[in-house]
Design a protein around this ligand. Sequence first.
Ligand code: PSU
Ligand code: MN
Length: 382
Amino acid sequence: LLSTTTNSPTSTSSFLRSGSRSHHHSLGENTEFFHISPEVRKAVEGNVPIVALESAIITHGMPFPDNVDTAFRLERIIREHGVVPATVGVVNGCLTVGLSMKEIESLGEWAKHRASGNTECDSYPPTVKVSRRDFPFALSNKLNGGTTVSGTIIGAVKAGISIFATGGLGGVHRGAETSFDISADLKELGRNPIAVISAGVKSILDIGKTLEYMETEGICVAVLQDGKKSEHDGKPDQKKTSATIASAGGGLRLQQQIGTVKFPSFFTAQSQFPAPYSVQNESEAASLIHSAFQFQLDSGVLIAVPIPKEHEGAGKMIEDAIKRALEEAEKRSVKGKDMTPFLLGEVSRLTGGESLRANKHLIENNVKTASKIATRLAQLRH
Ligand code: PSU
Ligand code: MN
């Protein structure tokens, strides 16, 4: 009994939490239901920067072959920054952190199969969209699954990864006061030490309610301002204290970072809702994330990255499409986990693929930003 206790992963993780390397999260062991690729494991052990990526966007968020092409491109961008990508998903009932290209491709083929409308064939087990509540079914039935932001956070945190890039975080749906539809992403980010880098939340959602709910969950939300305006960009000074900021006249600047910058609206750079905080560059984002981890707050951070100006043009047209898609969902009584994929598909169809193109651009931009933040964070942990 004693030896099982001392060898259990739990005792390892509590040792790491209380030990001197407390800023490194526990590195989970491989089991029947959980696997970390050798490359990712080595990177975590060596404090090499890592960016996690989700796979629900591959299985349920984008059509084939855009989904697989995008997944590969994102990994390539991350590697170009000297960072290790870790795409997370469920393969044959095993939550895998660091999917191979082959595994990504086979998850992606589900979207093709689904689009064919021929999903009720016995030789092709369903690929499910996996949030926290879906794990027991997916694992016990040895299914494949695309992990949502919430499912991906679970894998990334088990693997000791701190930075996770995606397109849009799930949120509070419009009409949630009657449907109760609030994405599990928000609860998961509220209870885990990880930073999500996204273009805010999709405008198919209720952004105001989502911001309120994130406050309730204790998620620290900060908008990353346009880096080009910042003189600090690229030359971070990590020894900066509040005293030196004040003496350098930073008081006014900090005042301007509290509640003044608008939270992005996914396809457009600004919503009408102010974000609680803003950071001026990737280095400031990393130091904000670092402080949350060092303090062992054990709740998450959202760095919201506005879509780059040159890609936001179609915002108005997309907003109209969203309204029509919501009406269509109502008519067809779409509910629960089908809602987000349905709306994404409808909006893409109604905009002639314009929303899909914008989606690809903004997620690439998020991944670049996340790679820079991960690099800076690794330096802070040195
Ligand atoms: N937003 C996007 N594309 C996506 C999703 C959100 O722009 O593919 C996916 C993400 O995986 C997110 C999930 O975690 O939808 C949220 O689904 P739900 O609303 O059912 O929680
Ligand atoms: Mn939902």
